[in-house]
Ligand binder design. Structure first.
Ligand code: HEC
Length: 147
């Protein structure tokens, strides 16, 4: 009997924690338009590899660590987004978030960039202010990525 209670006690939080990732479309719809939409996508889809101490250490640039992003940001926003969409070496296409729209991937990339990139300013509550004109255009319509 005790064993069953222990199993339930262990399983319940795990079910709640992972429930979102099992219904990605519901999860993405539930955070659409939130001030920290990009940050939430990073936490669910990208952090396994991009966290400062990643679960899967593949050498991915770490979230908001300036030195990791310097050279990558210099390629320009369009290349960063193209590599995110197509995948790059050990990184899967769309960072593994196949349900994410181009705009959501952009928000996730912006949430990972350090303030030193000059592209974003991180406000309170993970809110992001986009400073770069091109990124703003792309956010308005991902079609602008091709321009
Ligand atoms: C399975 C691990 C993994 C996941 C999950 C992952 N990435 Fe990556 N990512 C990498 C690795 C590894 C690199 C470095 C690739 C290289 O340069 O060899 C990378 C590089 C990048 C880059 C830099 C690309 C460039 O041009 O230098 C961006 C932007 C990026 N990832 C965005 C994302 C986003 C957004 C997500 C989540 C939606 C994500 N990644 C999820 C492993 C991952």
């Amino acid at each position: 009997m005790y064993r069953i209670i222990i199993y339930i006690a262990l399983l319940l939080p795990a079910t709640i924690l992972f429930a979102d990732s099992h219904r990605p479309l519901d999860f993405l719809a539930s955070i659409a338009g939130a001030h920290d939409e990009g940050e939430q996508i990073v936490r669910h889809y990208c952090a396994n590899c991009h966290a400062v101490n990643p679960l899967i250490p593949l050498g991915a640039p770490r979230q908001q660590i300036p030195a990791d992003w310097e050279a990558r940001v210099r390629q320009g926003m369009s290349i960063l987004l193209q590599h995110t969409a197509e995948g790059l070496r050990a990184m899967p296409a769309r960072g593994g978030c196949f349900e994410c729209t181009d705009e959501q991937l952009l928000l996730a990339v912006l949430a990972m960039l350090p303030p030193t990139s000059g592209l974003v300013e991180h406000k309170k509550d993970n809110k992001i202010k986009i400073l770069n004109k091109k990124a703003k255009l792309i956010q308005k319509s991902p079609d602008n990525l091709k321009k």
